[in-house]
Design a protein around this ligand. Structure first.
Ligand code: SF4
Length: 288
């Protein structure tokens, strides 16, 4: 069974902080925030299109501590939750108090599991944070949010879904990615979402090369070999388009990846040819 995701059909994305961010990470520089909706826009869209959207990715710019300032936006969270909308929180290094505050509203937390101090300090500009801070926050979220997921797919079994991004150091894939996969293999989440760095216009990394595809595939292969007994792998929405994605998707499928956000045509054709069963979801992949 394969899973294909088309999230923009039923999941809206909000930046709680608009276009402002204290970190301006090298790979993002707040560029991705401007593509998200503001809180006001979200409320208007929900009002004008009742029943059309089922979920919201709650994201935003970061404070200097590496998190979206969620406590300042609880009114919005409560309001959309009370409208029956499922919430997928992408909110970074929350404290215990903040995790407890959002717990009643969490359908999922999509947590960027960064286990590489060079990414944390040089790319994210979080000079006093380390990989241990990210791991501690992830484990704390899992402990506090808890809860088994009851769905047909049995995926994921925890509401906290780690995301990893390969090639975040200006396209380089190195020991940092190896360490991240080793650590996740040790922690054994039931689902890991893998993204791949895209050099993005308007960021300090706009002229970086695409991550070497063979190295990316080597990491996906490693992730599969090290985790396949306990863990399902998905390719998330951030990965280069065009020929790169065509080859990445096909090879990742051959390596055992089971879910693809906006799958390439080459993969769709291959799967059809093989007669593989595919389920289509129209929301964020972590919301499976
Ligand atoms: S990777 Fe999946 S969960 Fe994360 S934002 Fe993209 S579609 Fe949503």
């Amino acid at each position: 069974m394969l899973y294909f995701f088309y999230p923009s059909r039923e999941t809206l994305e909000v930046s709680l902080t608009g276009t402002s961010c204290a970190l301006n990470c090298n790979h993002c520089n707040a560029q991705y925030l401007s593509r998200m909706k503001t809180k006001e826009e979200i409320l208007q869209i929900l009002e004008k299109n009742p029943g059309r959207f089922k979920s919201i990715l709650i994201s935003g710019g970061s404070t200097p501590e590496g998190k979206v300032p969620i406590l300042q936006h609880m009114d919005f969270i409560q309001k959309v939750y009370s409208m029956g909308i499922k919430l997928n929180f992408h909110t970074g290094l929350l404290t215990e108090e903040e995790i407890r505050a959002i717990k009643p509203y969490v359908e999922r937390i999509s947590f960027d599991f960064v286990y590489d101090d060079r990414v944390i300090q040089d790319v994210y500009h979080l000079k006093d944070k380390t990989k241990e801070d990210f791991e501690k926050t992830y484990l704390l979220m899992r402990r506090i949010i808890g809860g088994r997921i009851e769905n047909e797919e049995g995926l994921p079994q925890s509401r906290v879904v780690p995301h990893i991004t390969l090639g975040l150091k200006c396209g380089e894939v190195d020991q940092g990615e190896e360490d991240t996969i080793d650590e996740l293999a040790f922690i054994k989440p039931t689902l890991i979402v893998i993204d791949v760095f895209i050099p993005t216009k308007g960021t300090p990394y706009e002229n970086c090369p695409l991550p070497n595809l063979d190295k990316v595939l080597k990491m996906i292969d490693k992730a599969y070999r090290r985790t396949s007994r306990t863990t399902t792998l998905f390719l998330g929405c951030m990965r280069p388009f065009g020929e790169y994605r065509e080859r990445l998707d096909v090879e990742a499928y051959k390596l055992g990846v089971k879910g693809f956000v906006l799958p390439s045509k080459a993969l769709r054709d291959l799967v059809k040819e093989k007669g593989e069963e595919v389920r289509i979801f129209n929301e964020c992949c972590a919301l499976i």
